[in-house]
Design a protein around this ligand. Sequence first.
Ligand SMILES: Cc1cc2nc3c(=O)[nH]c(=O)nc-3n(C[C@H](O)[C@H](O)[C@H](O)COP(=O)(O)O)c2cc1C
Length: 551
Amino acid sequence: MPGQSPVEVALAYHERTKHHPHRFARSLGYMDWDTQPDPFRRFDGAPLLPLDLAPPTTDGGEPRYEPAFVEGGVAAAPLDRAAIGRLFQDSLALSAWKQAGTARWSLRVNPSSGNLHPTEGYLVAGPIPGLSERPAVYHYAPHEHALELRFALSTDGWRSLAVADGAVLVGFASIHWRESWKYGERAFRYCHHDAGHAVAALAIAAAGLGWRARLLEGVLDQDLAVLLGLHEQRGPEAEHADCLVLLAPEPISIEKQRGFAIPRALVDELRQARWSGMPNRLSPEQHLWPEIDEVAAATEKRAPPADAFWETAPFDNGSLVIGDSPLALRPILHQRRSAVALDGRTGITRGAFYQILLKTLPGRAQVPFAALPWQARIDLLLFVHRVDGIPSGLYVLLRDPAREPDLRAAFSDGFVWARPEGCPSSLPLHLLEAGDARKVAAQTSCGQEIAADGAFACAMLADYRRPIEEIGAWFYRRLHWEAGAIGQVLYLEAEASGIRGTGIGCFFDDATHLAFGLRGDRYQVLYHFTMGGPVDDPRLQTRPPYEHLSR
Ligand SMILES: Cc1cc2nc3c(=O)[nH]c(=O)nc-3n(C[C@H](O)[C@H](O)[C@H](O)COP(=O)(O)O)c2cc1C
């Protein structure tokens, strides 16, 4: 709407894209198969540099799963061709092909709402032994597991970024059309959940190489679009720059993270440069969703964050146990799948539940949350169904314990706020109300039974309005990234616990708020998640991810 501030546009977008039991957010309402977007962006004409595919590792193999979640837990690998192949294979690559009758589709290591994969990955790097002698900007092509060379940077241009030897930059961008094709107006939310999943997937893959990951929030979106070579893309299939992540084998200081910027001279040089390859056409035609273009423009980051953005109170996650489990990291990353149905029987122990929740906390050196520089703004509202040793019911996990007084005041009066038995001291978990939470979990998740049939489900509640007003409309995207990153950890933790998870983007926003007594928009739920014993669909066949390359 003309005259609205960017914050007002973001808040209004969120409000109008809520699902209600009798009114879903606007979408086409049917699947227009004629315009289904190609899930693979390619830059036609750009030189292709194939990456190596590492053979699968098994349990007992290195790196192990548990130590990868604490920075410094895995010895750092040198930057070379093998490491870059591994990084992408463990984060954005294909993980399998599925087949049902004549229909065949690929899955990826990173999940995506509707399997539509709006997120594109880019590498900006100096010379990489075995891969390239020159600094360059590349697009990652998951179907080929290869890098498309978009632009060879000058040595001076690369040096002007002041990235240390052995470190690289990875950028992300979203193609909104891939999601809006199916989900209409609500799609912008899903693009940013997916971006959060991708950032976390990258940070965890990097941790497997012993590398640290840090989001570089000093970078402005328009400059990032130029660095990634997206600045000339126009129209509904255009990629929108999301974020830039620094990956380094050494600790990255907050000053380095905060001070990183793309020098003006480099932006000017790249804007004039001849980039190789033309973006492929994804659909013969597109449906337009102007509300998405509006919220995308309103939530662009146009100025560096103010000081308040960087002020964080460190969280001491002293109860997280990095045990000596032989579980290997990479099999878990590659076997991650969404359950399509849960069995309504399988539960988990209280100890396993607590360890899963401890992994979702923003501990100081905890992967992947150490990558996100802002104060954690998302808490978990839990629907506990089958956790041995604690009562079923509604719980809250405070990912920032300082929010407790405000949430106590905002939640229903009748909540008990009791610490569950055996709860570790650094886990701010509270029972709110004992009882059967299955019905409310399914009802608030758009009636999806998977939210009732697991061991537990959760709704991710953002401290929403105040940080968006204080930091800026661009923080609307960050709240979804934080939710996506939590979702990524939950997916992996489900696999590591021998069960399976599913992200739930379809939920009734205000019905979830009401279940906890919340009114107004100071807090908003941004994402639901469930995990439990999976029920497989016997009609689906599974094929290896890259057999098409060996043919
Ligand atoms: C942000 C997000 C929202 C999702 N929402 C739902 C949902 O509401 N219901 C559902 O059954 N699956 C949902 N999923 C699961 C996706 O359908 C799934 O990730 C996708 O089909 C790819 O399959 P995979 O996760 O097995 O790789 C969601 C996933 C993500 C990442």
